[in-house]
Write a protein that binds this ligand. Structure first.
Ligand SMILES: [Zn+2]
Length: 362
């Protein structure tokens, strides 16, 4: 959606002017004459006449990825997304007056799940693969995170989930610098991302991976979809020291960190859920065939998408399946509660934009 309250936060992404006016179908900059069309459900606020050397695959391959990402319908926040969402709520403590930015929102599922709890939830992303619910409930901007179309100090809180690992270092720096700019002093940013650091208990975690690989060899399932999703992970911030240095450079002060050592999570993701998906994702024909021929399976991506689509209806009704998956989500979250102190690659980090020194000295 494009609510009126969104316009109050905006500045021209091309010339940074705040002299903007709205007509029925577009936002106009009175200073540089740029026109930003209001599309159905979002507004196009990409900087005009600017070329960037880096573009995410979600922008360049949007059309091909659209089907595979299966982005239109939202399931409730469960499993790994459920763990992220619960950590997001717990760490940012949304309030009813908060103006919040999901910076790099993708289909804006995290923004949608939390939109009811805040004053204004804004999602921005250069790709426009937004979920239907997000188009209805989140203030959406097509924007580049290196030149955000928002005025300084516009937001109380911001979050960045599964973003930084995709960017080269100079884009990370620009992204953090811009996010710091649009936060109010004292405003907080939650980052979920990962470095290349292994967990100290990696050999134990890998037991689940070995079991998973065994089932892959049997042909019961595969990890094609996961591999595709991670195919552009650069992890330019290789170590935790790199993360701290990047935050310092952007003027963001670390407040809290929880590491995600995925002991229970890997068991769930590589074994339990994949077995469930393999069962649910079979086509009707295959279900008949498997009774006498176990090797008939669809390609991994198709199977997963089918499994997800089959689950969606029963999940919306919140029956046994929903509560079962809720319990598995809590099992995965045990990793944060029990092992969150143990430094590893995946992290939830809360950073704060310091209140200006001239205020704190008084
Ligand atoms: Zn302008």
């Amino acid at each position: 959606m494009v609510p009126r309250s969104l316009f109050r936060l905006l500045q021209c992404p091309t010339c940074q002017s705040r002299h903007l006016y709205v007509t029925a179908d577009a936002l106009h900059c009175a200073s540089c004459q740029s026109v930003y069309p209001i599309e159905s459900g979002y507004i196009d606020l990409m900087p005009r006449q600017m070329a960037f050397d880096y573009r995410s695959k979600y922008v360049t391959e949007a059309a091909e990825l659209a089907e595979e990402l299966d982005y239109r319908d939202l399931a409730p926040p469960l499993l790994a997304a459920g763990v992220r969402n619960r950590a997001l709520k717990r760490l940012l403590r949304f309030g009813p007056a908060d103006i919040v930015l999901d910076n790099g929102c993708g289909n804006a599922r995290f923004a949608t799940w939390n939109a009811q709890q805040v004053g204004l939830m804004v999602g921005s992303d250069p790709a426009t693969l937004f979920a239907d619910d997000a188009l209805a409930r989140v203030a959406l901007a097509q924007a580049d995170s290196r030149i955000l179309p928002f005025a300084d100090g516009s937001f109380d809180k911001a979050f960045s989930i599964d973003i930084l690992e995709h960017f080269p270092r100079h884009v990370i720096d620009a992204y953090l610098c811009e996010t710091a700019r649009i936060l109010k002093p004292g405003g907080q940013l939650l980052i979920f991302s990962n470095t290349r650091e292994p967990s100290p208990i990696q050999p134990v975690i890998d037991i689940s991976r070995h079991i998973g690989r065994f089932f892959v060899q049997l042909g019961w399932y595969d990890f094609q979809r996961e591999a595709r999703r991670k195919s552009d992970h650069l992890k330019a911030l290789e170590t935790w020291e790199d993360v701290e240095a990047a935050m310092q450079q952007a003027g963001l002060r670390p407040v809290r960190v929880i590491f995600w050592n995925s002991l229970f999570t890997t068991l769930v993701e590589h074994v339990l859920m994949k077995l469930g998906e393999a069962l649910l994702g079979r086509t009707p024909r295959q279900r008949k065939l498997t009774s006498h021929n176990g090797s008939q399976h669809a390609s991994g991506v198709q199977r997963e998408i089918r499994a997800r689509q089959r689950l969606r209806q029963p999940l919306q009704r919140k029956g046994v399946l929903y509560y079962g998956l809720q319990i598995i989500t809590l099992l995965m979250e045990l990793d944060l509660w029990l092992l969150g102190w143990m430094r590893c690659g995946s992290y939830f980090l809360v950073v704060e934009k310091p209140v200006s020194p001239r205020y704190t000295n008084q």
